[in-house]
Design a protein around this ligand. Structure first.
Ligand code: BG6
Length: 482
């Protein structure tokens, strides 16, 4: 199977914050890979804009180093040299007047204009105002903004209002990179392109759902940023919320931006408040060699969580009575993201002598070893009665799809090309982000009011013991993190 490359229109893409970490690690390597795939039109321009006073060639050298370091595979010399020719650079003063006229002179009439705000949210307003004020952006231009989109409902609303002064909702692309992951998009394909699952996809047949995003890395090097955020703001309000929505939403009438986002929004609005006893927070300890969370955060009194587990209920007809358990954390046993759907046990067993059949389970592995695994009951071979055994039906994308399943594009590649195409389906709408904060705010507030400290957990473990009890109380178990 060969992936199809759908060409995009000619474009000028300006990356504000082009000398920063995200540009180096994700945006520039992602654009280079799209270039190699043949998706970038020959005349397209990628213009870096940042405070550093440097010229086009300096930026090209910087981009080359970034692509070599973070691009994954070793780049091919000639394609890299060609790609670098699409790059330019304009030193810009986001809060002043320097550089804006120069930027304007570089933009070409007739090309799609996109502006990537890979900068601190405190600069969004300044940049938006100058793009509009200098006539650099027009009604067809697009802006791309990164998370964190606010740190609570109030700040998210303020950011939305600031951007809305200069850009319409159709021009704003709020990135949640989880939506750009192939396997996350696949959740919609699995649910809505198969007849098999949908009739069972409800509280009548599903006992519970577990969503796990486990990481092995800690927060070393970004402790001071992370400490102001914590796992709830960093992962739950956005990435895990998106996963929850894709699993729980009703079928949209069409795969188009507003139809999909309307359905996600309904799920977020139907989330019940989380009770304090149904949430567990943790902080990783030191293993004797690597620092503890408190050392990484450089605050011995920090009560920010590096782990959170919670039980979430969705108050609607489809999900009444089926809890969703979410957990995410740093420094856990393995890097793994998966969604496990545990069905109910068969209501009655006809096989008297072999025990009750076990519940079916569908596990969708988002990363790594992307694939799906379904546990089904079969007869154990051999004479001597009907003995049942549970076996996996295992499918990895790498096996099923060949090279395409092995070498999946990075989320940013897909998302940036969607911006150029003008397709907002995989971007968050303003009301969606606000609804997610409206649900998250009281959880954070209750935690702050409680003055409790997070539970300690060992690095390399599966999180605090208290999180196990959260499930055991309901006679359920977390799947092993491995
Ligand atoms: C980011 C968070 O948004 O997502 C990080 O800020 C986290 O803390 C990362 O590590 C996880 O993304 P991925 O793609 O590695 O699963």
């Amino acid at each position: 199977m060969v992936s199809r490359v759908i060409p995009v229109d000619d474009f000028d893409l300006v990356i504000f914050g082009a000398t920063g970490d995200l540009a180096h690690r994700k945006i520039l390597p992602g654009l280079y890979r799209r270039f190699v795939a043949g998706q970038i039109p020959p005349d397209a321009q990628i213009i870096g804009a940042a405070r550093t006073d440097q010229g086009d060639d300096d930026f090209r050298a910087e981009a080359k180093a970034a692509i070599c370091e973070f691009g994954g595979v070793k780049p091919d010399d000639s394609s890299l040299a060609e790609f670098l020719q699409t790059l330019g650079y304009v030193p810009i003063d986001a809060k002043g007047e320097g550089g804006w006229k120069e930027l304007k002179s570089r933009m070409r009439a007739g090309a799609v204009h996109a502006f990537y705000f890979s900068v601190a949210p405190s600069l969004f307003g300044d940049i938006a105002e100058r793009l509009a004020g200098h006539g650099i952006a027009d009604d067809d231009s697009r802006i791309v903004v990164e998370k964190p989109f606010g740190r609570d409902l109030k700040t998210a609303r303020a950011l939305n209002a600031t951007l809305a002064q200069h850009f319409s909702e159709q021009q704003i692309y709020r990135i949640d990179h989880y939506l750009g992951k192939e396997t996350v998009q696949n959740l919609m394909a699995v649910r809505f392109a198969n007849v098999l699952f949908e009739p069972l996809w409800n509280a009548q047949f599903i006992d519970h759902v577990q969503i796990t995003v486990a990481e092995t890395v800690g927060v070393t090097g970004r402790g001071s940023y992370y400490d102001k955020s914590g796992a709830i703001r960093d992962m739950v309000q956005n990435h895990m919320m998106q996963l929850l929505c894709l699993i729980a939403m009703e079928p949209p009438y069409h795969f188009d931006p507003d139809a999909v986002r309307d359905e996600k929004l309904k799920v977020i609005r139907a989330l019940e408040p989380v009770e304090p006893q149904e949430i567990v927070r943790g902080q990783y300890q030191s293993d004797g060699k690597a620092p503890s969370y408190l050392e990484d955060a450089e605050d011995p009194n920090s009560s920010t969580e590096s782990y959170v587990a919670m039980k979430v209920r969705i108050s609607n007809w489809r999900w009444q009575g089926t809890p969703f358990y979410l957990r995410t954390g740093k420094k856990l046993r393995a890097r793994t993201s998966e969604i496990a759907i545990t069905f109910k046990e068969p209501p009655h067993s006809i096989f008297d002598d072999s025990g009750h059949p076990k519940a079916n389970e569908l596990v969708i592995r988002l990363q790594p070893n992307e694939g799906m695994n379904m546990k089904v009951m079969i007869k154990e071979p051999g004479p001597g009665g009907m003995r049942l055994v549970q076996v996996p039906l295992d499918m990895s994308f790498a096996d099923a799809l060949g090279p395409d399943g092995r070498d999946m594009p990075d989320a940013y590649e897909r998302l940036i090309m969607d911006v150029i195409r003008g397709n907002q389906t995989l971007f968050m709408r303003g009301d969606e982000v606000e609804a997610a904060w409206a649900w998250t705010d009281p959880i954070i507030q209750a935690w702050e009011d409680s003055k409790r400290r997070p539970e300690p957990y060992d690095p390399g473990s599966s999180g605090p013991d208290e999180a196990l009890r959260l499930m055991h109380r309901d006679n359920r178990r977390w799947r092993e993190i491995r």
